[in-house]
Write a protein that binds this ligand. Structure first.
Ligand code: MTE
Ligand code: MO
Length: 406
């Protein structure tokens, strides 16, 4: 069976359909007898992760409704991640919102008066700031709980690419909250997205929303409308998103439509059921809420990469920590027996990452395990094993990176 002319036309009209994942799918569909039900079902699930931008397989690995950045695709890029390879984490799918009708409503008993609205142009006319910070999913590295430690965890099986750094420009949330009349009695602030309600296991959890304490909201949080000098792309929250530096990505609500300001602590499934630590190391009713991110490092090299023996290779990677600037990175090329310092290529900053490199001449053919271990200025170092939690958040252990020497 060959592709129908209609299908070919559709591919021309929608270049995003050409992403290799879908090409595989189309090939698969083309090679089996036509079955309208099967074809329709497969296309609606697998062919539409709900992401607008192209997801070429060199740059991304698609995981359900999400796209992970292939870490090796960062090699050669600067400290700022280009949008074409910035990871996407969507609970449902990217909405295309019209900025001319969009508004942000601030409401709740923590305001001195009633609800206050801000339009897009109004927000853009307020004093702005730019912050260059990494945005990282709380579940980044989750698959290594299983691959390295044998732990059973739920959630998207990210490797280390659910992170990116961008220059975010916008209005300090503090500015907008003050203009809206936030009072001294307010304790929590909860932004909510305009994307679809999230259904899981037959339960409707409502729209994505996540509270934070007023102290954080008034500190360094942005209502961002630009990413790397351009209006936010659809997938990253157009027209406006929240950016909460050093915190788990879930706090940085995309497509924000309203913000509740409360005089009592606020709750949502995203700080009660999800993004909390559960497991043997925590109390049965649940441990701490996941807010601040942890420390990690990664090689800009595919897992299982092949390197020639007896010649020099420049190993490159990145390291980051939410608690303090990275102080140093040590690497091992023999599975952790010997360690030596890597060279850092950026001035370490909190909420940023540092690029690092080390030269290596593999002595002989065979399998090898590379490891990188970051340490920050607060003295945090990556352990060899992470304390597990059932939802696989905050993986911080050194990752064993297999390569083959030929
Ligand atoms: N409205 C809304 N905001 C959201 C999400 C979402 O699905 N809907 N996902 C969150 C999660 S879990 C992460 S890790 C980040 C990812 O941001 P990015 O897709 O721009 O990389 O957005 C957060 N904000
Ligand atoms: Mo996330």
């Amino acid at each position: 069976m060959t592709m129908s002319p209609a299908r070919t036309q559709e591919l021309r009209a929608h270049p995003w359909l050409r992403a290799p994942v879908r090409r595989d799918l189309l090939r698969m569909l083309a090679s089996v007898p036509p079955d309208p039900d099967l074809a329709g079902a497969s296309l609606s699930v697998a062919a539409q992760p709900g992401i607008v931008k192209p997801l070429p397989t060199e740059l991304f690995t698609v995981r359900g409704t999400n796209a992970e950045t292939n870490f090796h695709a960062l090699r050669g890029t600067g400290p700022i991640t280009p949008v074409d390879r910035f990871f996407v984490r969507n609970h449902t799918s990217t909405p295309r919102i019209d900025e001319r009708t969009w508004k942000l409503t601030i409401w709740g008993d923590g305001l001195s008066g009633g609800p206050v609205d801000f339009g897009y142009d109004e927000l853009r006319a307020l004093p702005s700031t730019t912050r260059t910070v990494v945005l990282e999913c709380a579940g980044n590295g989750r698959s290594h709980y299983t691959s390295q430690q044998g732990d059973r965890v739920t959630g998207t099986p990210w490797t280390l690419g659910a992170i990116g750094a961008a220059a975010w420009r916008g209005v300090p949330l503090a500015e907008v909250l003050r203009r809206a009349g936030i009072t001294r009695d307010a304790v929590d602030v909860m932004p909510r997205g305009l994307d679809d309600e999230w259904m899981c296991g037959g339960v409707n959890f409502g729209r994505v929303r996540r509270p934070m304490p007023v102290a954080k909201a008034l500190d360094d949080v942005l209502l961002a409308y630009e990413m790397n000098g351009e209006p936010l792309p659809y997938d990253h929250g157009f027209p406006v998103r929240v950016i909460v530096p050093s915190w788990a990505g879930i706090a940085s609500v995309k497509w924000v439509g309203d913000i509740q300001v409360g005089v009592e602590p606020l709750h949502s499934p995203w700080n009660t059921e999800y993004y909390r630590l559960f497991g043997p190391a925590y109390p049965p009713e649940g441990g701490p809420v996941v807010n601040r991110q942890t420390i990690k490092s990664a090689f800009e090299l595919p897992f299982g990469a092949t390197l020639g023996a007896d010649r020099s290779h420049r190993l490159t990677g990145r390291a980051w920590s939410a608690a303090a600037p990275v102080r140093g990175v040590d690497i091992s090329t023999d599975g952790g027996t010997h360690w030596r310092p890597a060279q850092l290529h950026d001035t370490p900053r909190r909420d940023g990452w540092v690029r690092w490199s080390a030269d290596w001449r593999p002595p002989r053919p065979g399998p090898a395990v590379l490891m990188a271990r970051a340490t920050d200025e607060a003295g945090n170092t990556q352990p060899l094993r992470s304390v597990p939690n059932t939802q696989g958040y905050l993986f911080d252990a050194v990752v064993r990176h297999p390569v083959t020497i030929t």
